[in-house]
Design a protein around this ligand. Structure first.
Ligand code: PMP
Length: 318
C-alpha cells in the first residue's frame, strides 16, 4: 500500500491576497438629515500598503511579469506622488525586484520614511514642477537606459484602470446588491474613476458616475490632479463622466476634519474632497426628493498627512 505524506496545508495569506476586498462603510452622521439618501465609502486604507494604489500597482506588476517585461533584476521605474510608490516599494520588497521612483521633493516626511523603509531608490524632482516634473524625469531615465528599467507608466498603463474594472467595481456592485445610484471618485491618474465607471456602466448604465478634481492647480490635495492644467493621463477618458465636480482645497480640509470628528474616520485630504463632492450630490438628491445610494472612495488614511497644518486649525463648519 502506498504511503502518502500528509499534505501541509498553507496557513495565513500572502500580501498580494490581502489587496482589495475592502470594507464599504456607511457614513451615518453626514446623511442624518438627508431622507432617502445613503452615503457609502470604500475604506481603501485597509489595503496592506495603506491606500487604493495597492490595487493598481499590483495589477501593473502582475501584468508586466506575465508579459515578461519585468524580469532579470530589472528595476521597476515610475513617477509617483507617493501612494503608488509606497505600493510598488512594498511589492518590490515582497516579490524581490528593485524599485526606482521619481518623486517631487516636497512630499511629506512620513512618505519619505516609508519609501526608504521598504528599501526603494528615490530620485527627487523639483517640487515646483509637481507631479508633471516627476513624470518627465521618469520618462528621461527610462529612455536613457531601457535595459535597466521597466517603466511602469501608471498614467498610461491599462493595467491601472483594469484593477478597478476587475476589482473595485465588482466589489461595490456586490456590497450594494446592485442598488447604487451614484459613484463618485477623485481624479489622479484617473485609474480608479475610469476602471470602476467602465464596469459599473456595463452592469447598469443608469448609474451616475461623477468625477471629482481640485478647483485649482495650486491645491494641497495630494494624489489629485487639476486636469485642465496637468499633463492629461493617457488612460483618462473624460467622456465617461456624467458630471465633473470641482472641490476647493479648504472644503476638502474641512471635510477631512469633520469625518474625523463626526464619523471617527481619520482619512486623507483626497478622501475629504471625495466626501465633500458626495455630500453635495446627496444634498441635491434629497432636495429633489429622490432616493439615492451614493458610493465614493476613501483612497487613504490621514497617517501620512498628520504634519499638515490644517489639522491644528479650529474646526470650522463644513
Ligand atoms: N487620492 C490619493 C491619496 C491618491 O494617492 C491617488 C492616486 N494618485 C488618488 C486619490 C487618485 O487615484 P487615481 O490615480 O486612481 O485617479
Amino acid at each position: 500500500m502506498a504511503t502518502h505524506s500528509p499534505q501541509v496545508q498553507s496557513l495565513g495569506s500572502t500580501l498580494l491576497e490581502r489587496i482589495g476586498n475592502t470594507p464599504l462603510l456607511r457614513l451615518e452622521q453626514l446623511a442624518t438629515n438627508l431622507p432617502g439618501v445613503q452615503l457609502l465609502a470604500k475604506a481603501e486604507w485597509a489595503n496592506p500598503g495603506g491606500s487604493v494604489k495597492d490595487r493598481a500597482a499590483c495589477s501593473i506588476v502582475t501584468a508586466a511579469m506575465k508579459q515578461g517585461k519585468l524580469g532579470r533584476g530589472q528595476h521597476l521605474l515610475d513617477a509617483t506622488s507617493g501612494n503608488t510608490g509606497i505600493a510598488y516599494a512594498m511589492l518590490g520588497a515582497a516579490m524581490g525586484f528593485p524599485v526606482t521612483l521619481c518623486v517631487p521633493a516636497n512630499v511629506s516626511p512620513e512618505r519619505k520614511r516609508i519609501l526608504s523603509a521598504y528599501g526603494a531608490n528615490v530620485v527627487w524632482t523639483d517640487p515646483n514642477d509637481g507631479s508633471d516634473g516627476a513624470i518627465r524625469k521618469a520618462r528621461a531615465l527610462a529612455a536613457a537606459d531601457p535595459e535597466k528599467y521597466y517603466y511602469a507608466d501608471q498614467y498610461g498603463n491599462n493595467a491601472n484602470w483594469q484593477a478597478h474594472y476587475n476589482g473595485t467595481a465588482n466589489e461595490i456592485w456586490k456590497q450594494t446588491s446592485g442598488q447604487l445610484t451614484h459613484f463618485i471618485a477623485g481624479l489622479g491618474t484617473s485609474g480608479t474613476f475610469v476602471g470602476t465607471t467602465r464596469r459599473l456602466k456595463e452592469l447598469n448604465p443608469e448609474i451616475q458616475c461623477i468625477s471629482m478634481q481640485p478647483d485649482s492647480p495650486f491645491n494641497g490635495l495630494e494624489g489629485l490632479k487639476h486636469m485642465a492644467t496637468a499633463i492629461v493621463p493617457p488612460i483618462y477618458d473624460p467622456s465617461l463622466a456624467d458630471r465633473d465636480v470641482e472641490i476647493e482645497t479648504e472644503a476638502a480640509y474641512r471635510m477631512a476634519k469633520r469625518l474625523a470628528r463626526t464619523e471617527g474616520l481619520l482619512v486623507g485630504v483626497s478622501s475629504g474632497a471625495a466626501v465633500a463632492a458626495s455630500l453635495r450630490v446627496a444634498e441635491e438628491e434629497a432636495a429633489a426628493g429622490r432616493e439615492a445610494v451614493i458610493v465614493t472612495i476613501l483612497p487613504d488614511s490621514a497617517d501620512k498627512y498628520l504634519s499638515e497644518r490644517f489639522w491644528e486649525e479650529e474646526q470650522a463648519d463644513a
